[in-house]
Design a protein around this ligand. Structure first.
Ligand code: NAD
Ligand code: UD1
Length: 339
């Protein structure tokens, strides 16, 4: 299949590009490089040995030129701004970028008769989860920040779109906490400025770029008091998209009328939670490094425990995460030290 990847130069998009090519698909990437660089495209080529069609374009502009050279079977929509804290101080920037680009994308795909889309959503739509492990049915729509709201509103837009035109095939993927990097060490996550997320903070402390890790709270109701999350290796996450695409393809090939397209939502996580201290200890053990830390108060807006029930994806997509915490820590460090 020929797949349009929006935001394909980013962290998750680049790993997905590699896995799609490995699975025999061809990819075309649109990215405005606001949070990535053209080197990523070169490194996808190096890993896969395949030429990549890349367009440096903003999805909010007219990008129909891309369709003059390609006929797409499906689109995977990664593009968006994703920094939670920044979204609180710059909400309009987030609503503008994430919503306008998605609306423009849907219209453009429709104009070119491509009605198959996979959307990158987030566990953030569950807000403070009503149940653990979190199933897809868990209550949603109580987001705590503008970034989260953009994800929830886009899910709603896609659902409404499917009601109005059921010939669309739509898969919504809710990611838990992606970490790690491609084993080659050529692509990975490159947060700008001081990282907000745990793993990039740990790797930057290990490399000496940051002095010590600040652990936000050790008084949660967890075995060691620190917060628990469902970390998932980004390569496993990328493979989840290949599996979702298979389901999309099957649905679109079996479509006998204009009203039986697919609308499905899946959690992509491991189903296993690890605490902050478990992350630090495993990172130190696997890589033979020290990660100095101090315990601080809780971070505003944080929850104690968050992990997925990924059984729906296993049942329906025949996908499950394979990598464990040790590989996540090893590959995160391999990327950091090669940067
Ligand atoms: P990323 O920032 O690395 O990648 C997003 C890419 O989109 C970047 O390369 C950026 O330049 C591009 N982009 C942004 N706005 C654009 C626009 N208007 N036009 C064209 N390109 C644009 O982020 P990521 O971690 O790879 O995340 C990919 C998607 O997954 C995002 O939608 C994000 O919200 C979602 N997600 C990420 C996480 C995570 O922890 N990384 C968790 C849940 C959901
Ligand atoms: C964050 C985002 C969430 C997003 C998710 C995955 C916030 C409030 N939420 O959630 O929207 O979907 O990433 O990208 O930012 N921690 C420390 N010290 C640090 C950093 C983190 O102790 O320097 C702890 C946190 O308190 C938490 C755990 O590590 O217990 C994981 O934090 P983080 O990586 O930021 O992910 P989330 O909080 O799950």
């Amino acid at each position: 299949m020929k797949i349009l990847l929006t935001g394909g130069a980013g962290y998750i998009g680049s790993h997905t590009a590699v896995e799609l090519i490995k699975a025999g698909h061809s990819v075309v990437i649109i990215d405005n490089l606001i949070n990535s660089s053209e080197d990523v495209i070169k490194n996808i080529k190096r890993i896969t040995g395949t030429e990549i069609s890349f367009y440096k374009l903003d999805l909010r502009d007219d990008f129909s030129c891309v369709f003059s050279g390609h006929v797409f079977d499906a689109c995977i929509h990664f593009a968006g701004l994703k920094a939670v804290g920044e979204s609180v101080s710059l909400p309009l920037r987030y609503y503008n970028n994430n919503l306008i680009s998605t609306l423009n994308l849907i219209k453009t795909l429709e104009n070119h008769n491509c009605k198959n889309i996979i959307f990158s959503s987030s566990a953030t739509v569950y807000g403070t989860p009503a149940e653990i492990p979190i199933t897809e049915q868990c209550p949603k729509g109580t987001c705590t920040n503008p970034y989260g709201w953009t994800k929830w509103v886009i899910e709603q837009i896609l659902t409404d779109l499917h009601v109005s035109d059921p010939s669309w095939n739509i898969v919504i993927l809710r990611y838990f906490n992606p970490v790690g990097a491609h084993q080659s060490g050529l692509i990975g996550e490159s947060p700008k400025g001081i990282p907000n997320n745990l793993m990039p903070y740990i790797t930057q402390v290990a490399s000496g770029r940051l002095e010590k890790l600040h652990i936000f709270g050790n008084d949660y109701e967890t075995p060691d008091g620190t917060g628990i999350r469902d970390y998932i290796h980004v390569v496993d996450l990328a493979k989840g998209h290949v599996a979702a695409l298979k389901a999309l393809k099957k649905s679109s090939e079996n479509q006998t009328s204009d009203d039986n397209g697919l609308l499905s939502v899946y959690n992509l996580g491991t189903g296993r939670g690890y605490s902050v201290l478990e992350m630090v200890n495993t990172f130190e053990k696997v890589n033979g490094l020290k990660v100095p830390y101090v315990i601080e108060g809780r971070r505003a807006g944080d929850i104690g425990i968050c992990y997925s029930d990924p059984s729906k994806a296993r049942r329906e997509l025949n996908w499950k995460a394979e990598y464990g915490l040790e590989e996540m820590c090893r590959d995160s460090w391999n990327w950091e030290k090669n940067k």
